[in-house]
Design a protein around this ligand. Structure first.
Ligand SMILES: [Zn+2]
Length: 439
């Protein structure tokens, strides 16, 4: 049913500088305006434009294009026989791509033919519009592409469409792209969980191909069972192709990987490890803030991002505020400095043995500090020791894991969060699933 519609326009670069076009037209073959001009510009070879009219509505105009069919025959969808016996014809109106910035409506007869061979009537199938749609395929493709860069309510508003129409178009085209997509084997798998809405506890499990930097699946729950089921759904070849799994430090994921992908090396990715340490640091700050006197509380106020941020990236003003906060509390200072040391180890060392030595020393310092949050983190590190050391073996993963994580967060933010998991899943796959690359 969908085969006649090319999935996406090719993404070749278009030179659109009008000043340059002045020179470029010299090389083009110019055509005189004829009766065929409108047909050609419409881009639907099966239709012939017979009339058109402008209708003024508010500030804008609508272009009505009245067409007839170029051929008087149709092909029976059951037997493939050509039929010329028209049974009935009724005018239909659908939305098409804007013509020169004006909303464009296409009027054409919807025809029913009788098949001499099957002896049953049929509605003719048109290659440029799908059954029962109120928009041409070209217009739907345009809406689908716009939804890949901006949120659907903005598209609905600017195109004068109902939000639901935009949503339906997007989901249909996205599902089609997904079903046509052939996924290559994955060598390095990323496992990450993401909250669908800020402050809500609904999470999705995002699986990605770290070599191709794209998302391969979005699962509705971040549970061991759902992850295991997904791995089971892979073929033996697909499973054995996976050599590395970079993941959040969550034991159930590790257990599943060890069971289902015994050949794969597990990597506790730096991005996730660092995130956990930053969370611990934030806990320390919150506790201090809660129990501090007024002066200390003022110094700690609004320092959350200053503490988490890479120190080298701070502005002079931020650095001053950070110093004031660190001066206000020795515990915070100690935690912060250990966090920065940890970050430096992660950044500078690329050798597993060396990393082991530095991290051992770091754990010793963290535990000696007696700060409960740091001791807890040190304990996590011990539990994920070899997995985290694996990171120093194959350091490339971190940037990709972080990049994809940020990209997906942006999708969520742009939509102000998702209530319907399926809508989220399709949006992420369309934008970051590498679906378009295969066409
Ligand atoms: Zn037939």
């Amino acid at each position: 049913m969908f085969t006649s519609v090319p999935l996406l326009l090719s993404r070749t670069r278009v030179i659109c500088d009008p000043a340059r076009a002045l020179g470029r037209i010299q090389g083009l073959t110019m055509k005189k305006v004829t009766a065929e001009t409108l047909n050609e510009l419409l881009g639907i070879p099966e239709l012939v434009v017979i009339e058109y009219a402008f209708e003024q509505q508010g500030d804008g105009a609508i272009v009505h294009i009245i067409c007839k069919h170029r051929y008087d025959v149709a092909v029976c969808p059951r037997c493939g026989e050509v039929s010329a016996s028209l049974h009935e014809s009724e005018m239909r109106c659908v939305r098409h791509l804007d013509i020169w910035g004006k909303m464009t409506l296409l009027h054409f007869p919807s025809r029913r033919f009788g098949c001499d061979k099957c002896k049953t009537p049929f509605t003719e199938k048109l290659p440029w519009i799908e059954k029962k749609r109120r928009q041409t395929s070209a217009f739907e493709r345009y809406i689908y592409q716009r939804c890949q860069q901006t949120n659907k309510s903005a598209v609905a508003q600017s195109e004068h469409l109902h939000f639901k129409t935009v949503l339906t178009i997007f989901n249909r085209w996205a599902k089609r792209a997904e079903s046509c997509h052939h996924r290559p084997l994955v060598r390095r798998l990323g496992v990450d969980e993401i909250s669908l809405k800020k402050g809500h506890r609904q999470y999705a499990l995002v699986l990605s191909d770290l070599d191709r930097c794209c998302v391969i699946a979005v699962l509705s729950e971040r549970t061991q069972k759902v992850f295991a089921q997904w791995l089971d759904s892979l073929s033996v070849v697909e499973r054995f192709a996976i050599q590395v799994v970079a993941m959040d430090m969550w034991r159930p994921y590790r257990d599943v990987v060890q069971l289902k992908l015994p050949q794969a090396q597990i990597v506790a990715d730096r991005f996730h490890v660092m995130k956990q340490l930053n969370d611990r640091l934030s806990q320390v700050r919150r506790n201090l803030q809660r129990n501090a006197d007024e002066q200390t509380r003022q110094a700690l106020k609004g320092t959350r991002w200053l503490l988490v941020k890479n120190r080298a990236d701070l502005t002079a003003d931020e650095e001053t505020r950070l110093c004031a906060a660190l001066d206000a509390s020795p515990t915070l200072r100690q935690t912060y400095l250990l966090k920065e040391t940890f970050r430096t180890i992660c950044e500078k060392i690329s050798d597993r043995e060396q990393a082991a030595r530095f991290l051992t020393a770091w754990i010793w310092q963290a535990e000696a500090s007696g700060i409960p949050q740091l001791c807890k983190f040190a304990n996590t590190l011990r539990n994920w020791w070899s997995e985290f050391l694996n990171y120093f073996h194959d350091r490339v993963t971190s940037g990709i894991v972080e990049g994809l994580n940020n990209a997906i967060r942006y999708v969520i933010r742009r939509a102000c969060g998702y209530h319907v998991f399926e809508h989220f899943r399709l949006q992420v796959l369309v934008e970051h699933g590498g679906l378009n690359a295969s066409h």
